[in-house]
Design a protein around this ligand. Structure first.
Ligand code: IVH
Length: 704
């Protein structure tokens, strides 16, 4: 087995093994282990998850009661990406958001729609000629999973849209968005059912034990309604999914052919008139004070609801203002989630451990005396960095306040100095890396937060051969958002590292079935070895975007990888890009540009990428953009109402020809396309001497 594993690693490892065995058993009809061995794995996972409830993920096999998660749900590409929203927990941030909106809209009247933030899963429902034809999960925002059958099984889902009595009939094609969730009452009922089944299983097992037969598995209860909803929405068995009784609220439109909505409030009223479930608990607010009053009202009332909410979503009401405000790669600028303060608990901080990340960041983690918090037992919490530990004067042995905020991993909020006995120990910053023993680089940066200068003291292991870093990098390389290699999870990486079979990305592609079956004594059978070699080989053609996401370029995540792949087309082009070329992409700033240039200038990275390329991994973008058009590579800003084209259609046409479309006019803008009532963007374009086009000019340019 692998070297000493942390509980989180062991849990991930078990989840992965069990998922793989479920697949072998249910789908391939070729189990590789006995029921007894399977039960042992599952029992260990159930026990560990009970001890570390914060590590129970919705896709853990223990959360798939009565059915399996589907590794085979069909992928669905969202026509318009499903973005997420920025979060805030305090009033000051909310006021800043409001100021930002007012400043960017320069004196225009402003209204918000404030809604409850339902704690479920985002879904997209596509209706064609009034009929529900497809439902999909959010997935990674660009590609989700097809869950049509299960969404059809939800009571509230309109199977066909009614003729809208308020405005017009539903558009021929309309994509609605909303949240699938599980009512608290249903969640409790389902867990009671599981308890009853377990009592039955226990009784049967008593008999089986007497007969010396293999015992039956007990089922794990759902950790919370959200996890239960996630597992249920992704079941392959749509009858079981329907039986569990999911619910649905719809709160927006992704795409609507030919529809001319002016405000979000109008969207809500209209889709309600189509027969859609729209949560009545929303209000139109003109000021932050009105938003806060709505918040206070629901802070109390939320306890009475039969479903979990985790805050409010505040959205600019006018759709044209939204368009003017724009979006970033991750989230729209016109919306913010205002989360309710998290529940807190007090416990003892037993120790502070150092964790090594894939880029060498050393993060302190708190080991806590176990305590119940928001429905689960908590034993670990994040401490962020040494600067924060010093600033909050958190000492080992202290009584500390912890809370669950946004993330699943709880945070240490503060220590209770008045409870000290004198035995508490001040945290000593790491001077050597706990994995490789190498020297540690201490980095001090300051940031202004809420008007206060906050010092961040972080530690970094700069040993490129550090085993812990290599392990994390390899794990990330094979993971879903990166090369997506099924079967290459933490447990497998540990085995391969243990046997010195991999020390670089390229080594993964050189593994053979023979190499893997030499790990027979570690439980790797022929079938798994074959499967893994196949999935490794399949991953070769994922294309540049996945490769860029996988190779751990500092500051480049999946969204950045996509942009770079689209704009440079090949690894070779990107590796030669100058800061100027990189920064010409509106979303890329100087820091990211520098990180990219440094990455490609590094000899080790060069060798590693060279070796990777030699294995036949495709390093070109799959969706090549037409670069022959005169608009390719140019940056456009669209403003005002065009005589015939909708702004969104003009944008699509430009993107298809390789142009970039930005929301704001700057020196980087090449053309501004102006329609009627163009406003401040047109003024700015004139000021900066940027070429201004009308619709006819644009169409000519696109055709030339
Ligand atoms: S609007 C671009 N409205 O919160 C904005 N989201 O982090 C799209 N959510 O993924 C989302 N209640 O799953 C919106 N009333 C509401 C919501 C809501 C819950 C979820 C949704 C989204 C996440 C945002």
């Amino acid at each position: 087995m692998a070297k000493k594993e942390s509980p989180a690693q062991r849990i991930r490892d078990l989840q992965e093994q069990i998922t793989q065995h479920n697949k072998l058993y249910y789908e391939d009809d070729s189990p590789e282990i006995s029921d007894l061995e399977y039960d042992r794995l599952l029992a260990e996972l159930v026990a560990l998850e009970k001890e570390y409830p914060e590590l129970v993920s919705p896709d853990s096999p223990t959360q798939q009661v009565g059915g399996r998660p589907s590794p085979t749900l069909a992928p669905v590409e969202h026509r318009i990406p499903m973005l997420s929203i920025n979060n805030t927990y305090d009033e000051i941030e909310l006021r800043k958001f409001d100021e930002r909106m007012r400043k960017n809209l320069a004196e225009e009247a402003l209204e918000y729609v404030v809604e409850l933030k339902i704690d479920g899963l985002a879904v997209s429902l596509l209706y064609e000629n009034g009929k529900l034809v497809r439902a999909a999960t959010r997935g990674n925002g660009r590609v989700g999973e097809d869950v049509t059958e299960n969404v059809l099984g939800i009571k509230e889902t309109p199977k066909t849209l009614k003729g809208g009595n308020l405005f017009s009939n539903p558009p021929a094609v309309i994509e609605l968005r909303g949240e699938v969730y599980l009512r608290r009452s249903r969640f409790n009922e389902l867990n009671l059912e599981i308890e009853a089944k377990n009592t039955e299983i226990k009784e049967i097992n008593l008999e089986l034990e007497k007969l010396g037969k293999t015992l039956r598995r007990e089922l794990a209860p759902f950790a919370n309604p959200r996890n239960a909803a996630a597992g249920t929405l992704k079941l392959l068995d749509s009858e079981e999914s329907a039986r569990r009784g999911l619910s649905l609220w719809l709160y927006g439109v992704g795409y609507a052919e030919g529809a001319e909505f002016k405000t979000h409030a109008e969207v809500l009223k209209t889709i309600e008139s189509y027969g859609c479930p729209v949560n009545p608990a929303y209000c139109v607010c003109k000021t932050v004070e009105e938003i806060l009053a709505f918040r206070d009202e629901w802070e109390e009332q939320r306890k009475e609801l039969d479903y979990d909410i985790d805050g409010l979503v505040i959205k600019v009401n006018s759709l044209s203002q939204r368009e003017a405000l724009g979006t970033t790669v991750k989230s729209p600028s016109w919306a913010i989630a205002y989360k309710y303060a998290a529940e807190q608990a007090v416990t003892t901080l037993k120790d502070i451990r150092i964790q090594v990340g894939k880029t060498g960041a050393l993060t302190p983690v708190a080991d806590l005396e176990p305590v119940f918090l928001a429905g689960s037992r908590v034993q670990h919490a994040s401490l962020h960095n040494a600067g924060e530990i010093a600033r909050k004067d958190i000492r080992i042995g202290d009584q500390v306040v912890i809370e669950k905020a946004g993330e699943i991993i709880p945070q240490v909020v503060r220590s209770l100095a008045e409870k000290r006995t004198g035995k508490e120990k001040v945290f000593a910053e790491p001077t050597t890396c706990p994995s490789c023993g190498g020297k540690v680089l201490r980095v001090v940066t300051s940031k202004k937060e809420k008007g206060e200068v906050v010092k961040r003291v972080s530690h970094q292991c700069n040993n490129v051969s550090c085993p812990a870093q290599l392990r994390e990098r390899l794990i990330y390389f094979g993971s879903r958002p990166a090369m997506d290699i099924e079967g290459l999870g933490p447990a497998m990486i540990d085995l391969l590292l243990d046997k010195d079979m991999v020390s670089d990305y390229a080594d993964i592609y050189r593994l053979t079935v023979n190499d893997l079956t030499s790990l027979k004594d570690k439980g790797i059978k022929n079938k798994s070895a074959n499967n893994l070699v196949t999935s490794i080989s399949q991953s070769k053609t994922r294309g540049l975007e996945q490769v860029l996401a996988a190779i751990n370029i500092p500051l480049v995540g999946t969204a950045g990888a996509r942009l770079l792949a689209q704009n440079f087309g090949s690894l070779e082009n990107l590796s030669k890009a100058t800061a100027e070329e990189l920064e010409a992409i509106p979303e890329i700033g100087p820091k990211m540009a520098e990180a990219i240039i440094d990455f490609f200038a590094n000899d080790r990275n060069k060798t590693s990428l060279q070796r990777l390329q030699e294995t036949g991994v495709v390093m070109e973008a799959l969706e090549k953009i037409d670069t022959s058009s005169p608009v390719a590579g140019k940056t456009f800003v669209l403003t005002g109402t065009l005589p015939t084209l909708k702004r969104s259609d003009a944008k699509k046409m430009l993107l298809a020809k390789g142009a970039k479309v930005s929301e704001s006019v700057s020196k980087k803008t090449d053309y501004v396309v102006a329609g009627e009532n163009a406003g401040s963007k047109l003024d700015k374009a004139q000021e900066l001497d940027i070429i201004i086009l009308d619709e006819t000019d644009l169409l000519e340019l696109l055709e030339s």
